[in-house]
Design a protein around this ligand. Structure first.
Ligand SMILES: Cc1ncc(COP(=O)(O)O)c(C=O)c1O
Length: 442
């Protein structure tokens, strides 16, 4: 790049920084007036400069920023292969579809069963159905909101081939138990870690225990690209298939550098059985795929967020601890979250359940908080089988899912994201105290 162009580039970056400082700098918090979000983008001028850099380069599709993001995220998690996609939902779809690949000797076949929690995010369950597999729904455990491992044995049948489990709101599942269970029965493990970036179990990142795992970079999550996600795995073979599924189903793995003869070096010497001569590897399709790729502008934002990730994780833990300590005195009426001794959660949020014995219900409490500008959210779909879009799916169910029903009736969560200042957290706790005082709760 010429000096002139480089100077112009730096001038643009300086202007973007100035714009950020004038237009996006923190607004003062006014208790009772400013909305206390449960989550949101946390960024500064560096995200904007990175994105503008990618725009000026105008590569557009996944390029050098995507490559850097893959490398840095893989290092952070301790995963050999990272496959960025355009959302966490896409990551779940790619992960599940990968395990159905005809290229795998022991692939999942239509009608095979996948054990999964009943308290779930819809697009964790959806790819099971979309791949013509049968979900086997298992109840949640109150307090952790994770799948109840005690019920796994009862969920098994001769057709059971995989577990698709979620570390709910960042709270790690006892993965030693899951791995032992799955190994003994030759089951695949898919870990949905969309809400759990930075969470560890026995000192190891969640998502690295199973065969394949997923992340979301929607703004509510630990890092964001606006929209985005990733599949990750230790297995080079699964990663290769996942990239193929993501990229229209094509076998070519050239990526950004794209040499004329392909990374494989035999781009023009590929044979398709039954076809005379050779066929260009760029148009050689080995899977029924999608196009779920992300853009380099998104990846550029992701790279800037990676610098902040350790600080984000620490802030989430700190905010959780402050809120937990402040809510402890309401335990008579609220079930506080629990986690395992070997778990080190990088919390997505702080879940609460209004006890059946409380003199108020969840709606009264969440309405009060929302009316006082404190955001709340449901624990995703609650009992997903009660949701109109899912109530008629083909499935097996273990028991009557009483905890999932309780979660749907009485649980919710509040935020712990790094954008919460001490003043906002004090205000949140004050609103809980005010509600309890007004509703006979203390
Ligand atoms: C556990 C879980 N899985 C999957 C998703 C889907 O991610 P995305 O919104 O990026 O599609 C979410 C979204 O919040 C989630 O919480």
């Amino acid at each position: 790049m010429s000096d002139d162009l480089e100077n112009l580039r730096q001038e643009i970056f300086a202007k973007v920084t100035e714009y950020y400082e004038k237009a996006h700098a923190d607004q003062p918090f006014v208790p009772g007036e400013t909305r206390v979000q449960y989550a949101g983008r946390v960024y500064d001028e560096r995200e904007m400069v990175h994105m503008v850099d990618a725009v000026l380069e105008f590569w557009l599709t996944a390029g050098r920023h995507a490559e850097e993001f893959e490398r840095r995220l893989g290092k952070f998690i301790g995963a050999r292969e990272v496959i960025p996609v355009n959302s966490g939902s896409s990551a779940n779809l790619v992960a599940m579809t990968t395990l159905c690949s005809p290229q795998l000797k022991q692939r999942l076949l239509p009608g095979d069963e996948v054990i999964t929690p009943a308290v779930t995010f819809p697009t964790t369950l959806a790819p099971i159905v979309q791949n013509r597999l049968i979900p086997v729904l298992v109840d949640a455990e109150m307090g952790t909101y994770n799948i109840d491992l005690e019920q796994l044995e009862a969920a098994m049948s001769p057709r059971t081939r995989a577990l698709f489990i979620t570390h709910t709101l960042g709270n790690p599942i006892a993965m030693d138990r899951v791995v032992e269970f799955a190994r003994a029965r030759n089951l695949f493990i898919i870990e949905d870690t969309c809400d759990a970036l930075g969470s560890k179990y026995n000192g190891q990142s969640v998502g690295t225990f199973g065969h394949v795992a997923t992340l979301s970079f929607y703004p509510a999550h630990h890092i964001t690209m606006g929209e985005g996600g990733a599949v990750y795995t230790h297995s080079r073979r699964l990663a290769k298939i996942a990239r193929t599924v993501r990229d229209w189903g094509r076998d070519c793995f050239c990526g950004y550098d794209n040499p004329v003869n392909g990374k494989c070096g035999i781009r023009f010497e590929r044979e398709i059985p039954g076809i005379e001569g050779y066929y260009d590897h760029r148009y050689y399709f080995t899977e029924i795929g999608y196009n779920l790729k992300l853009t380099d502008v998104q990846a550029a934002m992701g790279v800037a967020q990676m610098d902040k990730l350790p600080g984000f994780v620490a802030a989430r833990k700190r905010n959780f601890a402050r809120l937990y300590a402040g809510l402890k005195k309401f335990e008579e009426f609220l079930i506080l979250p629990t986690w395992l001794p070997n778990a080190d959660p990088s919390w997505f949020a702080l879940p609460l359940t209004v006890r059946d014995t409380a003199p108020f219900d969840r709606t009264a409490l969440t309405r009060y908080l929302e009316n006082h500008k404190v955001e709340t959210r449901m624990i995703f779909a609650g009992n997903i089988l009660k949701q109109p879009g899912y109530k008629n799916i083909e499935r097996r169910v273990v028991g009557s899912l009483p905890v999932a029903d309780q979660v749907m009736r009485s649980s919710f969560f509040i935020g712990v994201y790094p954008g919460l200042t001490d003043a906002k957290i004090d205000y949140m706790l004050e609103m809980f105290a005010q509600f309890m005082a007004e509703h006979g709760g203390q």
